[in-house]
Design a protein around this ligand. Sequence first.
Ligand code: PEP
Length: 253
Amino acid sequence: MRKPIIAANWKMNKTLLEATSFIEQVKGEVLPKSKVDSVVCPPALFLAQLVELVKNSDLEISAQNMHFEESGAFTGEISPKALEDIGVKYVIIGHSERREMFNETDETVNKKVLAAFNYHLTPIVCVGETLQQYEKGETKRIVGSQVKMAFAGLTEQQVKQAIIAYEPIWAIGTGKSSTAKAANEVCGYIRRVVAEQFSKEAAESIRIQYGGSVKPENIKEFMSEPNIDGALVGGASLEAQSFLQLLEAGCNG
Ligand code: PEP
C-alpha cells in the first residue's frame, strides 16, 4: 500500500506572518503521518522558520526549487546542502512554471534529482504536457520522456522513494482539471515507463500525485483512482481551512 501524499505549493505567495499563522492553524489538525504525508512548500525565505514550527507535528516542509550544486558562484540560488542542514525533507523539482519561465530543462531536472538524493531530500518531480501537446495527442510521449530523463542515473532504491507529480500544464491555475480517469491513465503509463526503466517493484512503490486545479470538491475523485497517490495543490492550498479540507476529503473520505 502506498501512503498518500498531499503537498501545498504556495508558489510566491504569503508574508512570513501569513505563513506562520497558516502553520499554527493547521499543525494540530492534520491527519497523522502514519496515514498521510502532509507537506507544505513555502517560499524559500520562510523554510528555516517553518521547519522549526512543524517540529513534533505531522506536517513536513518542502522547498519549491533548489540548485544542483552544493555551493559556489550562483547568485540567488538555493543550495541542496543548506536545505538538508536546516531540516527540509522534500523539494519540488522541474515545476512547469520553472521549466517555462526559468529555463529548466530535462537535463537540469535530472541533475537536481540526483543532487536531492545526495542530500537526503525527497524530490517531487513535476512532469506534464502543454495544451498544444495534449491536443495533438502527445501526452504520453512527452510525459514518458520527461520521466526517463529525470530519473537517468538513479538507483532502483532511489526511484522507489521519489515522488512524481503529473501536472498537465493546461490544468495548472486555470480551474480546468483533467478528468480523474484521464489522469489515472497517464499515471498508469508513468508506472509502465518506470517498470521498463527500473523494475516492476520500483513502478509499484513510487508515489504519483496529480496536480492541476485540485480543490476540496474534486480531490476525492482523483484519490480514488488506483494509480494516483496524492495531489500537488497550488491555489486551493493557500487557506488553512481549505488545506485541511483537502486532507480530509482526499484521505479520510
Ligand atoms: C501547482 O502549482 O502545482 C498547481 C497544480 O497549481 P493549481 O492547484 O493552482 O492548479
